[in-house]
Design a protein around this ligand. Structure first.
Ligand code: SF4
Length: 196
């Protein structure tokens, strides 16, 4: 089954959601390359030039289809833990016909909300790293590296010299800390209020 528009790429999975996801479906994470596990979260796979990864069943580059999209059923295997980029986006065509989207600003307003939620999650991922003992200077360097990856498609070096198990334990600890602090939702919205 072909993915919805929003599942034809792997979104940003902040470190705390990876920690929660590992409790639900560790096997799936084990199928991903170690280098994709970054302190900030799970990196999407790099785009494959020239469409070498085309999958005829999907009619698109299979390397870019979200890791959590199940081809056979067309379902998201991570629905309850999907990041803001997914949760804040209506992928059903029918939903776009709702009156909410009428007029000039409807869709762009909706996309703006999705982008703001993304910013909130990204900020909480950084705050979690600080909680884990990293300096803001180190965290800024990682953010800068991330931005270059997004804006210029420059591969990230990901010099995080730890084993896969240690990385998983790291994400798990972040998730436990956030859960004990009341969950990520409050921190995301606190951040958005501070930005206003
Ligand atoms: S996490 Fe789920 S909803 Fe989001 S892109 Fe992946 S498959 Fe789609």
């Amino acid at each position: 089954m072909k993915p919805n528009r929003c599942c034809d790429f792997t979104p940003f999975f902040p470190n705390f959601l990876v920690g929660a996801g590992l409790l639900q479906n560790k096997k799936l994470y084990l199928s991903m390359a170690k280098e994709r596990f970054h302190p900030l979260g799970l990196l999407p796979p790099l785009a494959v030039e020239g469409g070498a990864g085309m999958d005829s069943r999907l009619d698109m580059d299979a390397h870019r289809v979200c890791d959590f999209f199940e081809k056979e059923s067309g379902r998201c295997l991570n629905w309850s833990l999907r990041p803001a980029e997914c949760a804040g986006f209506y992928c059903e065509e029918g939903l776009k016909k709702l009156s909410f989207f009428d007029g000039d600003g409807g869709m762009s307003e909706w996309l703006g909300r999705s982008a703001r939620l993304f910013e909130g999650e990204f900020a909480v991922a950084q705050r979690a790293l600080h909680h884990m003992g990293f300096s803001w200077r180190r965290i800024s360097a990682w953010v800068e590296e991330w931005n270059l990856w997004v804006e210029e498609k420059r591969p990230m070096e990901n010099r995080w010299r730890t084993s896969l198990e240690e990385r998983f334990e790291f994400y798990g600890e972040i998730w436990r800390w956030l859960k004990d602090s009341g969950g990520p939702g409050d921190l995301v919205f606190d951040h958005l209020e501070e930005m206003d």
